[in-house]
Write a protein that binds this ligand. Structure first.
Ligand code: EPU
Length: 345
């Protein structure tokens, strides 16, 4: 039987511990594996599950589960990747929402279609990439985005969204707001522009340029550099549970930034075109002495204070207790409220 025609399979009272990279336990009322767009539509028509609240789950790499989930969890496993078109300006590549993001990046490079190398090793699946507009080392998904397909979970209709309709922002999109839990992304198309130009503006890549003496790296070299940088400071969720950066980098007014620099001249900050400044949340947390600390079974990663980790057997409430303590101490010292980056449930 093809994936499309296969029966929908529901798992009742499913434990989600293995479905989130933080390794946090939680029970879902039901979990269903979705391997095709057609299966998604059949789910919407299903008398028992059609009207129930839904939680869309990809790789669970940007999720903090603090309680059981009174919803049907939709585990997206739609596969497939292909070159849709090649024009003088770009390669357009399409991938199923259930494809692993990093494997897609590696595959496009092997095929000779560069452009995603700065986004190497970001955990999670393709379908989650637009939701939080993943970004790293000077490139965001929106810079390589063409369009996506999905299914409206209320009407069962196919939807097609371009970049403007996705309303991408910093770690943000329409899928975190208006369409949250309402549209399931099935396929994503990426536009990899020609001619290829390396994006090397990020400080750590500049260091690689200097150390290697290679000012004109090819895309595979940039890919290797990004993998090395990430492996050195971000924990591999297969070994240490985590959800990547736990807080967004806060944006403050020019005045507030000057005030903080006056008190802490070494604060890491990036001026933005509109006069505001983005501060490095990792630096703020580090400056408050949190790096390497443990509270209960949750902790702050030794090599990057922006990443909270599961020290083994943690529950979501412990992670949130630690997160709140960090927020309070950063607010107490700098007057800045840090906002969590993953989805907290
Ligand atoms: N820093 C410290 N101490 C720390 C951590 C950071 O002093 O413990 C300083 C660093 O030295 C650096 C600055 O803070 O000067 C910024 O840190 P880093 O370069 O590690 O990047 P980031 O701002 O912490 C962001 C993204 C990452 C992305 C990197 C690279 C957010 C919330 N995080 O991290 O994305 O990989 O830039 O582009 O925007 C994610 O979203 O999960 C993620 C990992």
């Amino acid at each position: 039987m093809s994936a499309a025609r296969a029966e929908l399979q529901f798992e009742r009272r499913a434990n989600l511990r293995d479905c989130n990279t933080f390794g946090l336990p939680a029970l879902a009322s039901a979990l269903v594996h979705l391997r095709s767009e057609e299966q998604v539509k059949r789910l919407v028509d299903h008398p028992e599950f059609g009207p129930a609240p839904k939680l869309i789950l990809g790789g669970g790499s940007n999720l903090v589960l603090t309680r059981d989930v009174a919803a049907v969890v939709l585990k997206v496993e739609i596969m497939g990747r292909r070159l849709v078109a090649e024009t003088p300006e770009a390669w357009i590549v399409e991938a199923g929402a259930g494809e692993n993001w990093h494997e897609l990046v590696a595959w496009t490079l092997q095929q000779g279609w560069p452009g995603l190398e700065n986004l190497a090793l970001i955990p999670g699946l393709v379908g989650a990439a637009p939701v939080q507009n993943i970004g790293a080392y000077g490139v965001e998904l929106k810079d390589r985005f063409d369009s996506l397909d999905g299914v409206d979970l209320v009407t069962g209709r196919s939807v097609h969204l371009d970049a403007a309709q996705c309303a991408f922002g910093y770690r943000d999109s329409v899928f975190k707001h208006l369409l949250a839990g309402k549209t399931l992304i099935t396929r994503v198309r990426l536009r990899l522009p020609k001619p290829w130009m390396p994006v090397l503006g990020y400080l750590e890549l500049q260091r690689k340029v200097q150390d290697s003496g290679n000012a004109t790296p090819d895309a595979l070299t940039v890919f290797d550099w990004v993998c090395t940088i990430r492996r050195a400071k971000l924990p591999d969720p297969r070994h240490i549970g985590n959800a990547g950066s736990f807080f967004k980098n806060p944006v403050v007014s020019a005045e507030q930034c000057r005030d903080i620099i006056g008190r802490d001249p070494s604060v890491v900050h990036y001026p933005l075109p509109d006069g505001t400044a983005k501060l490095a949340a990792g630096w703020l947390i580090d400056a408050c002495g949190w790096k390497g600390k443990t509270v209960g079974r949750a902790g702050v990663y030794e090599r990057q204070a922006l990443v909270l980790v599961n020290r083994g057997g943690a529950i979501g409430a412990e992670v949130m207790t630690l997160a709140r303590a960090i927020q309070e101490s950063v607010y107490g010292r700098f007057g800045i409220r840090l906002e969590p980056e993953p989805v907290i449930l």
